[in-house]
Design a binder for this molecule. Structure first.
Ligand code: AKB
Length: 321
């Protein structure tokens, strides 16, 4: 069996932090290289500073570490991306094209591209949204994900490359903090509750969005990447789903653990982004093709988040990415 050497871009991010540790656990410390634009202390793996726009340096690193697989997580998220659309487009789309071209020319045998529910938009049916639906996103992040999926599909077919992709819903985990997304509130709210502080929510109380616990998101990623190639029928982002809820739903569930917990709703520009996305997802294609199934229910996720964050805060203020 060929020895795999895995490179992760954006490994300091919300998903990257956790996925890196999982990949090290599976493939071993010496077979995983974490990379990001800067270093942070809570990555416990081999690390190289890497700007994905610096193709020359990127190529050197691929050769130096004999990289065979790339998990390309580096990108700006939906809310932050709106601050400078051209900059976001450059990093998110041209960054992906750098990865695809380097992979094509340097014997990379597998690539992971994270897509998102941000591909959906105004013309997409909002409930139980199927795999193949109209996509007309309102954010530059969403445009980058739709276009990114199309490029992945193109490179897979044109150059016979093994590129795999998931459309992540909002991800909730205790191990890391998200930054710059629209679904971030669903992580922030836990930190406030555990610290006995009031939460100021940037969305309306009845804004329903698809979400997933971090453990399930990592599990889905590993399942997809380890599935036999013939099982991967879609060369673009697979829908995956776990549960959907509103800020009021999660507030009321957390209140069961913290009866004095208070929330205030002050929607800002992120409300429009959330409204343009869908409310629930049909992930039957992923279930059929590679046997995807989430483990965590909404209630189980809330219990687990609170249990872990209580333990983390007992040690003092957490040093999360
Ligand atoms: C965001 O809110 O931008 C991300 C996403 C859903 O892709 N969490």
């Amino acid at each position: 069996m060929q020895k795999e050497n895995i490179l992760i871009t954006g490994s300091n991010g919300q998903i990257g932090t956790v996925l890196s540790q999982k990949l090290i656990e599976i493939y071993g410390y010496d077979n995983v290289l974490t990379t990001d634009i800067g270093h942070i202390d809570n990555i416990h793996g081999r690390f190289e500073k890497l700007d994905i726009m610096d193709v020359g340096h990127f190529k050197e690193i691929i050769h130096k570490y004999r990289i065979t697989q790339i998990y390309h997580l580096a990108s700006l998220l939906s809310a932050k991306g709106e601050k400078d659309p051209m900059f976001t487009w450059n990093i998110n789309l041209n960054g992906l094209l750098n990865v695809l071209n380097l992979a094509k020319d340097n014997n990379i045998n597998k690539i992971f591209f994270p897509s998102s529910i941000a591909v959906f938009g105004e013309t997409t049916p909002k409930l139980n949204t199927a795999q193949d639906v109209p996509l007309l996103p309102d954010t530059v992040y969403g445009i980058g994900k739709v276009t990114g999926e199309l490029w992945c599909n193109y490179y897979s077919k044109r150059y016979d490359m093994d590129i795999r992709s998931l459309r992540y819903p909002g991800i909730i985990g205790y191990q890391s903090l998200p930054g710059g997304g629209t679904t971030d509130y669903a992580v922030d709210i836990f930190h406030k509750a555990v610290k006995h502080e009031k939460y100021n929510c940037f969305l309306e109380k009845d804004t329903m969005m698809p979400m997933m616990y971090m453990d399930d998101a990592i599990h889905a990623t590993i399942m997809l990447m380890e599935a036999p190639k013939e099982k991967i029928k879609l060369k673009y982002g697979y829908n995956i789903a776990a549960f959907s809820f509103t800020p009021e739903d999660i507030y009321l569930e957390i209140k069961k653990y913290y009866p004095d917990f208070e929330i205030e709703y002050n929607p800002d520009f992120r409300q429009k982004i959330a409204d343009s996305w869908v409310k629930s997802i049909d992930d039957s294609k992923a279930r059929e093709d590679w046997a995807w199934k989430p483990e965590y229910t909404f209630e189980h996720m809330v219990e687990s988040m609170i249990r872990h964050l209580r333990a983390i805060y007992k040690e003092g203020e957490p040093t999360l990415s």
